[in-house]
Ligand binder design. Sequence first.
Ligand code: HEM
Length: 69
Amino acid sequence: MLGSAAGGPMYYTGRDMKTTHQGMKISESDWEIFLNHAAVTMNVLQIPDQEIDDVVAFVLSLKDDIVEA
Ligand code: HEM
């Protein structure tokens, strides 16, 4: 899904983020843990800053559809 959204060659056929995560009670704390893991992973992989900024901006745009508790 991320690869597809980033303009990569993948084609995403799954559900939208609100439908997928509805009812999971994903909290602000869950969200921060996820974001920290993602940030550490991108740093370890030495992803350039511009790409990290692009991914973070896209991921943040999904927050309201994913965090509900
Ligand atoms: C921007 C952040 C996130 C993105 C882009 C994302 C994306 C996705 C995608 C693409 C799926 C598969 C949907 C499908 O195939 O229909 C999925 C499923 C899932 N996500 Fe997320 N997710 C995010 C954050 C989270 C967080 C923070 C949690 C929990 C702490 C979470 C828990 C789950 C679980 C448990 C499933 C499996 C759902 C199922 O099998 O029914 N996700 N997510």
